[in-house]
Design a protein around this ligand. Structure first.
Ligand code: HEM
Length: 449
């Protein structure tokens, strides 16, 4: 089991520059794993822990909920290394604080909440997933395909572009930026990081042109996308600058891309290894498809009638922990159960420690989607289940990610049967993923294997 909280003072962090910490995942979220090899070890708290205080007693979930989420901006603040700011841009939501953060968080929510998904985004999600799946034959690298789908969906949501040569080129540059999140953040020593910074510049240039074009076309029909909302936003007086908008878009593109595509891939991997769950999922989706024509798009009511799918989504998020925890810095001395975390220290609140804790989830390391059907058993555990974080920084894309995954699973299981093309292993460092991008061999279901 991971340590509940990994604490290490800023001083050590500075000293660690020659051993940089593992980068955060390429989505503007915190890193997948707590500090590991080559990083400063957790420092001792100022006061020795009471002898009776074992790991179990520390209740990481409770600690995170009470102290981390509710006290955001008061006791703790979000804190990320400079190397990340260089890739995300200083105006990314994850790096904002105070009232600007509050306003921008709710602006983001207004483009990813249930009603906008229902009325506007769902139809595009359904169409883009379907079009992508139509080209699948034989061997498919699932992780690559999932990334393509989530990238196209995010570009549509942000700027209303459908897939074209421009989006393909943007994605190529984007993948270089993403590589930079996993490289040593020193341009002099790492060509990957250097390339990532250059690619970030090209992505920003391309988006800057889009922003300028859109400003010029003011008066034309208003697009229903995030860019339109940003152009109309007040930015605390006088509107947002182009640079602010571009940074914001870059960070959102990162956010919507890697986590959702990983969760898509891992859900399919877990289902492949759990045939009973796959059979039940197919049944749920076959029933929905039977009510509709072959090519009819999914509607909100269909999404709402996928209870077992939501169990699969929850269980995948719990076992795989795409975001294994969040990083904060203490703004003042913080007392927790007899420990003092001094002002200025970095804090890592581990979701994985909670999600894989036997005390909260029976047989915690097994993929068991049925556990989410038993409301009495999960009544307690839902309060410690936080794959999307909590409080003012709770992920504004949580519902969107769920819908994207549900629609993807629907079209996958109603169209295809598949088998793994080769053995692949789940790894958690530097990010949660499978080693070989989960290659599968697909076959249309009419000629099911
Ligand atoms: C399975 C998919 C996803 C997971 C597991 C996930 C998880 C998280 C978590 C744990 C945080 C909190 C970070 C913190 O407290 O420091 C977060 C923040 C964020 N997420 Fe996601 N996310 C997912 C998908 C998305 C999508 C699709 C979007 C696109 C809209 C998105 C946009 C963001 C943004 C902009 C933030 C920063 C929020 C802030 O700092 O106020 N995420 N996400």
């Amino acid at each position: 089991m991971d340590n509940t909280m990994t604490l290490f003072p800023s001083l050590l962090l500075v000293a660690a520059l020659s051993h940089p910490p593992p980068p955060p995942p390429p989505h503007g979220h915190p890193p997948e794993t707590p500090p590991a090899a080559g990083e400063p070890r957790p420092a001792l708290p100022r006061r020795d822990p009471p002898p009776h205080l074992g790991l179990q007693d520390r209740k990481p979930g409770a600690l995170h909920r009470r102290k981390g989420r509710q006290n955001e901006g008061r006791l703790f603040e979000s804190s990320y290394p400079g190397s990340i700011c260089n890739l995300l841009g200083k105006h990314s939501l994850l790096l904002m604080r105070g009232s600007l953060h509050k306003r921008m968080h709710s602006l983001t929510m207004s483009f990813a909440n249930s009603s906008i998904i229902k009325d506007h985004l769902l139809v595009h999600i359904d169409r883009l997933v379907r079009v992508n799946l139509e080209s699948w034959t034989g061997r498919v690298l699932l992780m690559e395909e999932a990334k393509k789908i989530t990238f196209e969906l995010t570009v549509k949501q942000l700027m209303s572009f459908d897939p074209c040569e421009w989006t393909e080129n943007l994605m190529k540059e984007y993948m270089l930026v993403i590589d930079g999140f996993f490289a040593i953040p020193l341009p002099l020593f790492s060509s990957t990081y250097r390339r990532a910074i250059q690619a970030r510049g090209k992505v920003a240039e391309a988006l800057d042109l889009v922003v300028k074009e859109r400003r010029k076309s003011e008066g034309a029909e208003r697009k229903n996308d995030m860019l339109a909302a940003l152009l109309e936003g007040d930015g605390g007086g006088g509107g947002f600058s182009d640079e602010e908008i571009v940074d914001f878009l870059v960070a959102l593109l990162v956010a919507g891309y890697e986590t959702t595509s990983t969760i898509m891939t891992l859900a399919v991997k877990f289902l492949t290894e759990t045939p009973l769950a796959l059979a039940q999922l197919k049944e749920e989706h076959d029933e929905i498809r039977a009510r509709k024509g072959d090519s009819e798009a999914l509607e909100w009511d269909d999404y709402k009638s996928m209870p077992f799918t939501q169990c699969v989504v929850n269980e995948t998020l719990r076992v795989a922990n795409i975001i294994s925890g969040i990083f904060r810095r203490t703004m003042t001395d913080v007392n927790i159960k007899g420990y003092t975390i001094p002002k200025g220290w970095k804090v890592f609140a581990s979701f994985r420690a909670v999600h894989l804790d036997q005390e909260h989830f029976k047989d915690a390391r097994s993929f068991n989607p049925w556990r989410w059907q038993d409301s009495s058993a999960t009544a307690n555990s839902t309060s410690v289940f936080a794959p999307f974080g909590g409080g003012p920084r709770r992920c504004p894309g949580s519902e969107l990610a769920r819908v994207e995954l549900s629609v993807f699973l629907h079209h996958l299981v109603t169209r295809f049967s598949w088998i793994p093309a080769e053995e692949d292993k789940l790894v958690f460092f530097p990010t949660t993923r499978t080693q070989k991008r989960f290659p599968i061999i697909v076959q249309p279901r009419v000629q099911a294997m």
